[in-house]
Design a protein around this ligand. Structure first.
Ligand code: PLP
Length: 356
């Protein structure tokens, strides 16, 4: 039986993506070759890469608006340093919003390149909210934020309007909700939450912000090179890109981001309503900033943990324990997790209440 997979990532993907990927491993497009062994320069794979890049822009509503989509290596973590390498001027500075572990990692990498201004941080409250009322210096080369904090279960509900480029790590909520994506000049996301298997990173960048840093950038870390080579500067992660394309096609067929957003809201409402109703549980994040992707919650009485853990495991749930920085539980409800799986978790929470 397939588990109800609440893992924060690598995570659940649509069943049809697994099925089509499995077929492609055996015989890709009836070519008599596996997707794992075809040349990345073959006509069939170039078509995959082109469609994946175009579809990413289409779903985000960014086609024809001066953006390029790239599928790169190195995870979101490599973007932490590629971004300052490409965008921070020599002797320049960059502004960062510190909303969690990943934002903090991005800040640490940026410090290798120059002055890094942290405009606000919620670290003192263990990142249980998104700071408000911060001021972004208008002379910074860019502003960096993290739209969804996977570990702490908070999500930015609003974004500033700025005169300088805005860069956003959307690793854990890309393609999950409608936003005016044209507000952002660079969006990046590791594939392994809402898009595909680990091994490729989506970077969506507005071309006009590139080539201005005055730095001598090694080719492999230079967005301009990757754009010129149409995301084939070196051998791309052929299988993760193909599986990502299948997920993007699945999303388009569902009706795009607006359609999945409704499902995601229904899932989050169902779970948070139970967290707030059930006297045995409490949410970890300040309600206003709760993430629709990663719901973090705790038992009010830790001694109930063994019985709760037994119940959810028996119900076929996996991946529920929280990250060590928060403790308790984290229910990651990415696009492919069905509403029925959330109902199973809610039923288990109610069952616990009936047993205590
Ligand atoms: N940013 C966010 C918001 C994440 O959730 C993660 C991983 O979970 C990362 C960055 C790091 O991603 P990667 O493992 O692809 O480097």
């Amino acid at each position: 039986m397939k588990k109800h997979n609440y893992s924060a990532g690598p995570c659940i993907l649509p069943q049809e993506v697994f099925e089509k990927s499995a077929q492609a491993i055996l015989n890709f497009n009836n070519s008599g070759l596996s997707i794992l062994e075809i040349s990345h320069r073959s006509k069939d794979f170039v078509a995959v890469m082109d469609e994946a890049r175009a579809l990413a822009l289409e779903l985000l509503g960014l086609e024809g608006k001066g953006y390029q989509a790239l599928f790169l290596h190195g995870g979101a973590s490599l973007e932490f340093l590629m971004i300052p390498y490409n965008l921070m001027k020599v002797e320049g500075k960059a502004a960062y919003l510190d909303t969690g572990t990943w934002a903090n990692s991005a800040i640490k990498e940026a410090k290798h390149f120059g002055e890094t201004v942290v405009v606000a941080s919620s670290k003192a409250e263990n990142y249980n909210h998104i700071p408000k009322g911060y001021v972004v210096p208008s002379d910074a080369d860019y502003f960096h934020c993290t739209s969804n904090n996977t570990i702490f279960g908070t999500q930015m509900k609003e974004f500033p309007s700025l005169e300088i480029p805005m860069v956003c790590d959307m690793s854990s909520d890309i393609f999950s909700r409608t936003l005016d994506f044209s507000k952002f000049d660079l969006i990046y996301a590791g594939a392994q939450k809402n898009m595909g298997p680990a091994g490729t990173t989506l970077v969506v960048v507005k071309e006009e912000i590139l080539g201005k840093s005055g730095r001598n950038i090694p080719n492999m870390l230079d967005y301009v090179q990757h754009i010129e080579k149409e995301s084939m500067y070196n051998t791309p992660a052929v299988f993760p890109v193909y599986a990502s394309l299948l997920t993007l096609q699945w999303l388009k067929n569902l009706g795009g981001i607006a359609a999945i957003e409704k499902v995601n809201e229904a899932k989050a409402n169902l779970l948070y309503t139970e967290i707030d109703r059930n006297p045995l549980f409490k949410g970890a994040a300040v309600a206003e900033f709760r993430s629709n992707m990663n719901a973090t919650f705790l038992l009010n009485d830790e001694t109930h943990a063994p019985i709760f853990d037994k119940l959810w495991k028996e119900a076929g749930i996996s991946g529920l324990p929280g990250h060590r920085s928060v403790g308790g539980y984290r229910a990651s409800m990415y696009n492919a997790l069905p509403l029925e799986s959330v109902q199973v978790l809610v039923d288990v929470m109610k069952e616990l209440e009936s047993k205590i």
